[in-house]
Ligand binder design. Structure first.
Ligand code: PMP
Length: 404
């Protein structure tokens, strides 16, 4: 397609008067329907040990819910806390507690300037947590196999103000990066100038495959323990994209010392989690095999949508120099990379054509993409015909941005 043809097609696309919101990676209604049995009768409200889930207490979560997450995360149940329905809230509180009280063996982080390393492109809400707590952020380039480890090792070894790092180790948001075992080993064993350095290990997409390949990653908690840094990693997960988004279960897993620390701090903030929801989830999800079977049904709904986006991009963008995009094997996003300086304009032109995208720059700390070239594409929520059309509109908007 020539550029003038592309402009004509973009103008024609605008006339369609579409209205599509692709700004967030939400599950589609038919994915949520897969877990509708959760809405049915709970049956007995008594947990396996006879505890009444309707009442206060059991602050670290029902034993069977801790066991379920333990098996999903390959961690002993005693090293798992199941609490609330949003892993993001657990991440926020972990950092808020660290700032206010310090982590085991350390002083409150807030007594000194605090810096976090942020692999980029990354997850905007991680960066919002840092921004709101006054934690300075430093970008680290992220490749398909993880962050630039030479840079990470050098920075972490030399600056005691660097207290932590965000990691989405599998099918990262938005590039779909998967940390190699070597990267996990280096993160676990690297020398840290701050003795209370933490890896915020957000395992949001551990079971969220799009392709056929199954990836068993190195266990970060074990790797840290083996390297003599047992308290370094705090792992987060949830069932937001397994059952219901924001109405599932969230969990935190870490070393015994970090779990005891979390239990002490969180006891002040709550008299116990929603165990009714925990019991419903355990009865519905049952065990790891059932979770994997459910995730296969999600995969079958999601894969055609990702394929549709990739097919449109292949057809409409393959000939533009400097344009590329990721082909993720899992997760919820595609990262579309435009020529430098074209992302904001593309998002604006897509908006004019009725397609709302995540703001350009959102995948970077402070919303600043230094090269203005990354656009996060979230294919999950629209229907297949809608996403096909939207991908075409985004591609035409990009062509228009490049030629304008
Ligand atoms: N982490 C990542 C990397 C995510 O992409 C998302 C959802 N977009 C979340 C966490 C949010 O998880 P939750 O619903 O458990 O708060």
């Amino acid at each position: 397609m020539t550029q003038s043809q592309a402009m004509i097609e973009y103008e024609a696309f605008k006339q369609l008067g579409l209205k599509l919101d692709m700004s967030r990676g939400k599950p589609a209604p038919e994915q949520l329907d897969l877990s509708n049995p959760l809405l049915g009768e709970l049956g007995s409200h008594l947990a396996a040990d006879g505890a009444d889930t309707r009442n206060y207490g059991i602050p670290s979560g029902l034993p069977e819910a801790r066991a379920l997450f333990g098996s999903l995360l390959d961690v002993p149940p005693a090293q798992v806390v199941v609490d609330g329905s949003a892993s993001l809230a657990l991440m926020h509180d972990t950092l808020a507690f660290a700032m206010l009280y310090g982590v085991p063996g350390g002083k409150p982080w807030s007594l000194q300037p605090v810096t976090f390393l942020c692999p980029v492109p990354g997850y905007d809400r991680h960066f919002s947590i840092c921004e709101s707590l006054g934690i300075r952020m430093v970008n680290v380039p992220l490749s398909a196999s993880g962050p630039d480890m030479d840079m990470v090792e050098e920075l972490v070894a030399s600056d005691p103000g660097i207290k932590g790092m965000w990691c989405v180790p599998k099918f990262s948001n938005p590039t779909g990066a998967v940390y190699s075992d070597e990267v996990v080993r280096r993160l676990a064993s690297m020398k840290a100038a701050a003795p209370d350095f933490r890896l915020m290990w957000d395992d949001a997409y551990r079971f969220h495959y799009l392709g056929e390949r199954r990836i068993a990653m190195a266990n970060v908690i074990d790797a840290c323990a083996q390297a003599g840094n047992p308290d370094r990693a705090v792992v987060f997960a949830s069932t937001s994209k397994v059952t219901f988004a924001g109405a599932g279960l969230a969990a935190l897993a870490s070393s015994p010392a970090n779990i005891a620390w979390w239990q002490g701090r969180s006891a002040v903030r709550s008299i116990g989690p929603d165990k009714v929801n925990q019991l419903r989830h355990v009865r519905f999800l049952k065990d790891r095999a059932h979770v994997e079977a459910l995730m296969e049904r999600h995969r079958l709904l999601l894969k055609p949508k990702f394929d549709a986006v990739l097919a449109q991009f292949d057809a409409l963008l393959g000939d533009i120099p400097g344009v590329r995009w990721t082909r993720p094997e899992g997760g919820y996003f595609i990262d579309l990379v435009t020529p430098d300086g074209c992302a904001k304009r593309t998002v604006a032109l897509a908006k004019e054509a009725g397609i709302t995208l995540t703001p350009a720059g959102a995948a970077f700390p402070y919303g600043r993409d230094p090269d203005d070239r990354n656009i996060r594409i979230a294919p999950s929520f629209p229907s297949l015909p809608e996403i096909t059309q939207a991908a075409r509109g985004i591609a035409l908007a990009l062509r228009a941005a490049v030629s304008g």
